[in-house]
Design a protein around this ligand. Structure first.
Ligand code: MV4
Length: 493
């Protein structure tokens, strides 16, 4: 593989290009009108314009992307996450065009993209599943019988849903028939597939997912778990690895089950097996994400494995570069997703310009981002500005490092979720590790954000004051050994 095209934008496009470059592989960026001047376009060896800003006219144009690959002699496509990454039909077209899709086969995506098919595949491999109906509900009487058997509350899920879409909790038997009817019609209109099923409702689950990696030589490994319980409305906000509540024995067991899920769909490449865990630490398979995930860096930080490199290796037909027994957990890593959202106004997306953008640095700090100072955050895509990742010898060091990094990260021009993240980092429930997927609803109110911390206006005035002070500095600052070599003077003359 000499040249790959990255069918994505922003931080993940850059992240992928960095690994490709280290492997001596040329990179091709694609971009929309909104991303003309983006770092991912500048970083790539070549770049192809796709169209107007909306995804449907740019990053989702599979045929146009494949045509660009042919014109530029590209060997493979990395889809990143979102956009075309879990589109089996696209993966199929890529292969039919004689290109390598850096990801699993269309078959695996198809099985795991349908929750009922995923559960059926997993059942054959003895993976723990939440008690419920075995297949699609086609008989109300039977649905009621099974629900009574497992006990209320139950959860109705759409087979074509996923990520929490199309779920509804039913508390009482009398509501069940009506809820099933409306779930079916909702699933039909939302997904074009009315198949729904029932599970026992797990009231206080933790979201724990296991990273897996498979090659075409039959090697399948897991890279331990990520704890992703701090989320709001199915949007993850903070992730960490390892989970603060999992014992080595449980980890080995979950890892083995995750590998079996991968085996059940003949998986290739990097994937994530999502489990929920109840208060008694019983874990149940929920779904498999057949892509590289946003939160993959925390796994990289604790294992030392470059997941993108491994994806490329196995896509080239090579073996994974290590064995299960070579892997160990080194310390602890936490990721905060920095969104252009206002936590004080119900996390409304905040649009604007990154007037000041200064990244934190230092030991154990990693920033995966795709913007530069002065850029606008486009309204057309996900409002994530960056991922702030820390690593420490243990959870407490990673946590304190995160607080320090948040304080060092200067963003002016937009409201971000950083002060919310700081609130979580300092919350007793987070510190103790005693939290579940209801953390935000249970513990967060905007009033709890420190009135003066990280307020945009305060930061702005601090920085303006600093700029004025810098501009008025006496020449001796420029004459010291650091200053005389810097281009401080040149930039401002
Ligand atoms: C559940 C559940 C409780 N009981 N299933 C939501 C996303 C999807 N992957 C699975 N989800 C859930 N399935 C049963 N039987 C609670 C959730 C859930 C959840 C899971 C993981 C992370 C955040 C969540 C937030 C709300 C509900």
């Amino acid at each position: 593989m000499n040249k790959i095209l990255i069918a994505n934008r922003g931080e993940i496009a850059l992240r992928i290009m960095k690994s490709a470059r280290e492997m001596g592989i040329k990179t091709v960026a694609v971009y929309s009108d909104a991303d003309r001047n983006s770092p991912h376009v500048k970083y790539a060896d070549e770049a192809v314009h796709l169209g107007p800003a909306p995804s449907a006219q740019s990053y989702l144009l599979g045929d146009k992307i494949i045509a660009a690959c042919k014109a530029l002699n590209v060997d493979g496509i990395h889809p990143g996450y979102g956009f075309l990454s879990e589109n089996g039909a696209f993966a199929q077209s890529v292969e039919e065009a004689g290109l390598i899709f850096i990801g699993p086969k269309a078959h695996s995506m198809k099985v795991m993209g349908d929750k009922l098919a995923a559960k059926e595949a997993a059942r054959a491999f003895d993976i723990p599943l939440v008690p419920g109906t075995e297949g699609e509900i086609d008989d109300q009487e039977e649905a009621i019988r099974i629900s009574k058997e497992i006990g209320f509350p139950v959860l109705i899920k759409a087979s074509a849903g996923g990520g929490g879409k199309g779920m509804r909790v039913v508390e009482r038997e009398e509501e069940l028939a009506e809820q099933i009817e409306s779930a079916i019609s909702e699933a039909k209109s939302a997904f074009g597939n009315g198949a729904v099923f029932i599970e026992k409702y797990v009231g206080s689950p933790r979201h724990i997912e296991v990273q897996v990696l498979c090659d075409s030589h039959g090697n399948m490994v897991h890279l331990f778990e990520r704890e992703c319980s701090v989320q709001r409305r199915h949007q993850k906000v903070i992730e960490e690895a390892p989970s603060p509540i999992i014992s080595p024995e449980l980890r080995a067991k979950m890892g083995q089950k995750a590998v079996d899920v991968a085996r059940s769909c003949d998986y290739l490449g990097a994937g994530t097996v999502e489990f929920i865990m109840d208060e008694q630490h019983n874990f149940y398979f929920m779904e498999m994400n057949t892509r590289l995930q946003v939160e993959h860096p925390v796994t990289e930080m604790i294992t030392g494995v470059d997941l993108v490199k491994e994806q490329i290796r196995v896509a080239r037909g090579e073996e994974i570069s290590f064995k299960q027994e070579d892997l160990h957990i080194h310390g602890h890593s936490i990721e905060v997703r920095v969104y252009a959202e206002d936590a004080r106004s119900n996390f409304m997306p905040d649009i604007g310009n990154l007037r000041v953008y200064q990244r934190p640095h230092g030991v154990g700090v990693r920033v995966d981002d795709g913007f530069e100072e002065g850029m606008d955050i486009p309204i057309y895509y996900d409002p994530m500005i960056s991922k702030l990742v820390t690593h420490g010898k243990d959870r407490e060091e990673a946590r304190l490092r995160m607080i320090r990094a948040i304080d060092d990260y200067k963003i002016v021009g937009l409201r971000t979720t950083m002060e919310f993240a700081r609130f979580v980092m300092e919350h007793d429930a987070f510190i103790s590790g005693n939290f579940d997927t209801h953390f935000v609803n249970k513990h967060f109110q905007p009033e709890l954000l420190d009135a003066k911390s990280n307020n945009n206006e305060d930061v702005a005035s601090t920085i303006v004051a600093k700029l004025v002070a810098d501009a008025n500095k006496k020449p001796e600052v420029l004459n010291d050994s650091e200053g005389s070599r810097s281009n401080w003077k040149i930039k401002r003359s």
